[in-house]
Design a binder for this molecule. Sequence first.
Ligand SMILES: Nc1ncnc2c1ncn2[C@@H]1O[C@H](COP(=O)(O)OP(=O)(O)OP(=O)(O)O)[C@@H](O)[C@H]1O
Length: 268
Amino acid sequence: MTDPVRTQGLHYAFSDHVAVAELDLALHPGEVFGLLGPNGAGKTTTIRVITTLLPAPPGVVTVAGLDVARHRRQVRRLLGYVPQQLSADASLSGRENVALFARLFDVPRRERADAVDSVLDAMGLTEAADRTASTYSGGMVRRLELAQALVSAPQVLVLDEPTVGLDPVARSGVWDRIHEVRRETGMTVLVTTHAMEEAELHCDRVALLHRGRKRAEGTPTELMDALGPDATLDDVFRHHTGDTLTQSGQEGSMRDVRTARRTARRVG
Ligand SMILES: Nc1ncnc2c1ncn2[C@@H]1O[C@H](COP(=O)(O)OP(=O)(O)OP(=O)(O)O)[C@@H](O)[C@H]1O
């Protein structure tokens, strides 16, 4: 079976700054795959290449067997993407936001209303569908963004830090919905996070990235068992990088603050 996402020797540099180096990934159909690492590890750059938002040379990245360098449009139709930045319009209702994505992603006109209703329902937003998104809580906004990404029935759902800034209840609400849709559709999920406990709970396999390079890969249990009894995923990360996820330098702290603020603005 074709890998839903595959990278072979992916390298990406911003001028002379190498953001991703020699990265090999092969996702299995239907799994939740976590790209883990501290701020600046190269997670977002990797998914921006996979989602065709940054260029890749031919022969390096494929989605469902299609080369992203050669089949950009087709690849975009196979993907649902929830970026870190807010992708919902606060002045529109939930339903209008999702309908906009249905049009953008060429969901056939006569299927649109049903597709919109169905993803709003799957994300638990039916009752709130006709309220403007500005009245939504942070968790509801995230579920709305998931509905937007899911309305075109993607084969691969790509999520950049989907639960950052959410409280524990909202976090598990988001994850429950992701798992439900995955069970029903068999889609593959690629997710970035720095929350180790979330990765342990929700990812089938993970790759640890540090300074653009993959340092380890496997199921959370495999990686923890390899280190010894009682090891946590945080210990695994420290072992492979000599660093901690929460102390990744000043740039990281500033970026954390910005990320938290972006999310706080959504809620406010
Ligand atoms: N547009 C850009 N121009 C220059 N450098 C960039 C740009 N985007 C990212 N970088 C740099 O590339 C490296 C990887 O960044 P990237 O955003 O991929 O990391 P990340 O793991 O997603 O971090 P975060 O968790 O903060 O989103 C970092 O050193 C970052 O400063």
